[in-house]
Write a protein that binds this ligand. Sequence first.
Ligand SMILES: *Cc1c(COP(=O)(O)O)cnc(C)c1O
Length: 365
Amino acid sequence: MTTAQKLSFDVQLTDHARTVAEREQVLANPGFGQHFTDHMISVDYTEGVGWHDARLLPYGPLTLDPATSVFHYAQELFEGLKAYRQANGSIATFRPFANAARFNASALRMAMPELPEETFVESLELLVQTDREWVPTTEGHSLYLRPFMIATQAALGVNYPSRAYKYMVIASPAASYFSGGVKPVSVWLSTEYTRAAPGGTGFAKCGGNYAAAFVAQRQAVENGCDQVVWLDAVEHRYVEEMGGMNLFFVFGNKLLTPALTGTLLPGITRDSIITMAGDLGLEVAEGRLSIEEWQAGCESGELTEAFACGTAAVITPVGTVKGADRGWTIGDGTPGPVTLKLRDELVGVQYGARPDTHDWVHKIC
Ligand SMILES: *Cc1c(COP(=O)(O)O)cnc(C)c1O
């Protein structure tokens, strides 16, 4: 039995909300992660006390002591999900309890406290309800929700994790993640850098994974590619992920996605696609694919498509692959039919245009 008290949120509305005209100007061209709504969520945790001071507040900066643990030791984690304007005008999120569960799996790995799943989902509901006018009505746009947690103890000692934390949620209206719609991306095979090793934090959605990845992403861009593809840490041969997205390979009517070995981030989009593909009569396997097999499959024509998937960019086709000593095109380099079909189905469920047969859509208001 849990003794945790249900948290109730104190609501403090802003007295300087953006005007309708200001909001509409943002919503006309939101970009991704550049503009934020009028409010935010904050909940504090203190060792021995638990979670307390759950609040909805005006959006604004934090004041933190320079010795605050997160600045030095990166004890931090985050989540990402979206609120979608439904065909009938209501607003819904997609599988928020899956994000809540992953948030807690990341928390355990980072020696941070778990947050009750109901509090996680309630915090999203409260923020979206309050800032509902910020949920775009433009097709394909959404309100991106960013829950995160930071270590807030102001102390430099490292023999014990922080004894205080702050959980927050901010929200940002979003257009398509990659500008230019469903345009295939080019990828760079990173053989020099490793994202995650066995026993490390690859499965946790923590900022440190990203901090360690930027140098490789920059190298991808310097080599004329859009995104970096990560390989396994031991042999630098087996494909793991693309940037912040999971990968799928299409062999006719069969799909292959790298298995969750602990070094991959268990994407909720990945999981949804595995289920949806089965519904559509496709065969799905979780396994491994080496870069040699990827290249040979494309050259023989057996490997017909590849795509990346994640909340932010949904499903994005991969068109070309480049490495230090090799390079090839997937299919004819244009988005393939399986990729487009899965994208259409998934987006259809998220925006309420297709039946929600797995009870994934969580209505907010
Ligand atoms: C968030 C993330 C994904 C995708 O997860 P979704 O739940 O599908 O959004 C994939 N890889 C990495 C590294 C991520 O951080």
